[in-house]
Design a protein around this ligand. Sequence first.
Ligand SMILES: *[C@@H]1O[C@H](CO)[C@@H](O)[C@H](O)[C@H]1NC(C)=O
Ligand SMILES: *[C@@H]1O[C@H](CO)[C@@H](O)[C@H](O)[C@H]1NC(C)=O
Ligand SMILES: *[C@@H]1O[C@H](CO)[C@@H](O)[C@H](O)[C@H]1NC(C)=O
Ligand SMILES: *[C@@H]1O[C@H](CO)[C@@H](O)[C@H](O)[C@H]1NC(C)=O
Ligand SMILES: *[C@@H]1O[C@H](CO)[C@@H](O)[C@H](O)[C@H]1NC(C)=O
Ligand SMILES: *[C@@H]1O[C@H](CO)[C@@H](O)[C@H](O)[C@H]1NC(C)=O
Ligand SMILES: *[C@@H]1O[C@H](CO)[C@@H](O)[C@H](O)[C@H]1NC(C)=O
Ligand SMILES: *[C@@H]1O[C@H](CO)[C@@H](O)[C@H](O)[C@H]1NC(C)=O
Length: 911
Amino acid sequence: MVSSIAAIFLLASCAGASLPARQDTGIPPDAVYPGAADPATQAGAKTLESSPPFYPSPWMNPGVLDWEDAYAKAKDFVSQLTLMEKVNLTTGTGWEGEQCVGQAGAIPRLGFRSLCMQDSPVGVRDTDFNSVFSSGQSVAATFDRGLLYARGYAMGSEHKGKGVTVQLGPVSGPLGRTPEGGRNWEGFGPDPYLAGVGMAQTIKGIQDAGVIACAKHFIGYEQEHFRQSGEAQGFGYNITESISSNIDDVTMHELYLWPFADAVRAGVGSVMCSYNQVNNSYACQNSKLLNNLLKDELGFQGFVMSDWEAQHTGVASALAGLDMTMPGDTVFNSGDSFWGTNLTLAVLNGTVPEWRIDDMAMRIMAAYFKVGLTLDEPPINFNSFTLETYGPVHASVGGDIQQVNWHVDVRGDHASVIRNIGARATVLLKNVNNALPLSKPKFVAVIGEDAGPNKFGPNGCSDRGCDNGTLGMGWGSGSANFPYLVTPDSALQSQALADGSVYQSILDNHAASEIEALVSQDNIVAIVFVNADSGEGYISVDGNEGDRNNLTLWNSGDDLIKNVSAQCNNTIVVIHSTGPTLVADWYDSPNITAILWAGVPGQESGNSITDVLYGKVNPAARTPFTWGPTRESYGTDILYTPNNGHGAPQEDFVEGKFIDYRYFDKHNITPIYEFGFGLSYTTFEYSNLVVTCANAGKYTPTTGTTAPAPVFGNNFSTNLSDYLFPNGSFPHIWQFIYPYLNTTDAKAASADPYYGKTAAEFLPPNATDGSPQPLLPAGGAPGGNPELYDVLYTVTASIKNTGKLNGEEVPQLYVSLGGPDDPKLVLRGFDRLSIDAGQTATFSTDILRRDLSNWDPVKQDWFISSYPKTIYVGPSSRNLPLSMPLGQALNQTLGNSTLHNVIDRRHKLSR
Ligand SMILES: *[C@@H]1O[C@H](CO)[C@@H](O)[C@H](O)[C@H]1NC(C)=O
Ligand SMILES: *[C@@H]1O[C@H](CO)[C@@H](O)[C@H](O)[C@H]1NC(C)=O
Ligand SMILES: *[C@@H]1O[C@H](CO)[C@@H](O)[C@H](O)[C@H]1NC(C)=O
Ligand SMILES: *[C@@H]1O[C@H](CO)[C@@H](O)[C@H](O)[C@H]1NC(C)=O
Ligand SMILES: *[C@@H]1O[C@H](CO)[C@@H](O)[C@H](O)[C@H]1NC(C)=O
Ligand SMILES: *[C@@H]1O[C@H](CO)[C@@H](O)[C@H](O)[C@H]1NC(C)=O
Ligand SMILES: *[C@@H]1O[C@H](CO)[C@@H](O)[C@H](O)[C@H]1NC(C)=O
Ligand SMILES: *[C@@H]1O[C@H](CO)[C@@H](O)[C@H](O)[C@H]1NC(C)=O
């Protein structure tokens, strides 16, 4: 009872502060809130669940903070455009039609060159003289906001230097529901708070460099298998629709949507909708996702673009909130488009209202101006489809050879950023007998293919679709060409020679007798390099169709470790991987003196790991996911076999918000290495937890209505002959997607056998309604209701470096929200502090209103439950030496500054 009194006290005073208590919902305080029941029993986790309609599509709000200038410029520009010019902005010109992986139509009349969309989240893809950065998952392990930003800024600068308009990244879909997920390495790990910080910092970096960032993939895209039916058919699965991720509303808000809220709040200019369905509606035409969650509730003011060929309908996707189709064709190189000609027709025949096409154009141009782009950007200076200087201007057509690559070196001094991040992202998982750092060892043996080069060169496999040599990157469209790849073998050899050590390496995992002969010698330190790879679903490597088939190491890595450690009592293991691997078989061997996870570090791999092994960088990184004892211990898995006949495979997210550490905590499973864990070469002591109430105001649900949908520019002609291809003025390029009609017979021009259905016949109610719409209680600004970001408490703790070496420490704040359906703990704050030996530093972090809130699926708003809440501070999710119930925190605050609080409280009571 004491704790519940504390909780009430909390709600009554400091958290006058907080959201309405559950009492305000009319439900008695101790009743279990119906919406917060076991997620398995909730609607959205059910097979064949449906997605509720939400219309009309929210139009932009030109007055939103930080978007006003951009919208003023967009209005000037868009007001000059004709209907077909607006359509051009929204529609890609077709696969391999121009230089970039996707390009919108140009507006030649105004001298406006087309927008260039280019992969990837680790660097500029498909070109040369670019850098390759560490993966999102690796940089997340730094737990360092400054490094996250620096990487984003450097990547953005490189894209800018090549003439790119939109960098297709960062990623928090997949979030990492299952450790086998093929593209998990592209994102920032399965914790939504860490992923949200990763998204926001990366986006700010990219956009400060003058390039639009693209938060992707929205949403529920948690596995590669069955993401597209055509791809799946290629692997022999006879399905006709993409997988449906069935997700309930609470899980959506508290887990998967969370990092996207941070992305929108950070001002991201574009969001990419994903291949999969959510609750059996395709993500790029799902009005619940795009209209309701993204544009209305999160107040997103930029534009939504489709993933490549993720669009499945024309009018329906336009009204559900899609703003740009990429790369524009219905299927690669069909020459047909759901938009282009069809969108022109749809506006002319009234099924897509004029305000909707204007909204698309305004959103695209506002994002453009927001990042500082101008109407006369320098030309694109590379071509994604050849590295040769001269090549076809339109790769899809061939012929017409001209200069297409200028080989602009955009790398700047980014090598040092990448090397630094690689080292600061390396997690020290085990270190006994002071095995590390190395100091002029007598004899170094380096073992394993993962220490050496790919025989075919670092870019020898297309889109890095193989696992040969050291793993510097996963595979798929999230890749980029290496300018070079410093292997661990070469960097460690240079270090050893400088030290006067003896150095020998064996890079063949299967050379058992030669390895045995080497590592059984005396006075040796054996460093074994192993890996596990994954990537995007269009490439299968060793039978792994994007997603990993298992969690063991590749290329007999586990046997290699066991063989070496059987012979050598100073065996150090370095893992390069795209997620956790199973280490239970060998991690506790007394002969294995150190274990490091080096993620996928990018081009400076060998230098980064050398810096850590030799103590030039004192490690502080933390594992951004849990290392479980078995595959089953994660509780979630990939759906590897279609489970719905030829229809959409159904993946029910029955675990709700309990993924990764939240699952381990709930089911009392002891991980090998817990989320947030990582060692240093020095030691730290935590003390003196202080929690201060910030006296935030009371939460006010947003009310009111929007303005009516605006339209921009002059009335357009309804005479179809004004929309014909302008014969003679420029050549019609084969397979290109244009906004024009080829005949004044609308049905023939659309080439759609179903052409002519009226809005009333196939559109949901209100889909074309441009009248003022009610605002959502949880909405009101980019990121959602701005009061969700009010600071409720500030937490500080003292951290002393008690060892002999200078170092860095990553203090973490966790919160227990206290309810029966809440995770035991959730991460809600962290920092990375540099603390010299013997010194003490102060960790300070804010707890925001959203950090203590749950989603109420009935009221469709956030609330703070009356369950007692406790905060914890420590070096990992399972090592939390400091804790305090928030009720007690309030007492402490009152004790410290009673007067201030009492006055504040009276003030609130008198209102
Ligand atoms: C649309 O874009 C295409 C490709 O960039 C261009 O050739 C065409 O002139 C544009 N049409 C209009 C009406 O601006
Ligand atoms: C896929 O299933 C459909 C429906 O049963 C069938 O008509 C078709 O032949 C199958 N295709 C293949 C390649 O097995
Ligand atoms: C219009 O869209 C339909 C599908 O809805 C497609 O079959 C047709 O080819 C498109 N027309 C053009 C001209 O691209
Ligand atoms: C309007 O145009 C769209 C796109 O071609 C088409 O799908 C729809 O059937 C048309 N509707 C009417 C009423 O002509
Ligand atoms: C490269 O990797 C593939 C598997 O990804 C393997 O089959 C092949 O043997 C490797 N080749 C070399 C030269 O290492
Ligand atoms: C796991 O997958 C990797 C890569 O395909 C393979 O090398 C390894 O043998 C597999 N492990 C098991 C236990 O099957
Ligand atoms: C540890 O290494 C020594 C050789 O230094 C070997 O004799 C011993 O069997 C190894 N122990 C284990 C548990 O592998
Ligand atoms: C390994 O074994 C040797 C010889 O038995 C011993 O001198 C050395 O201290 C051991 N090293 C470690 C790291 O245990």
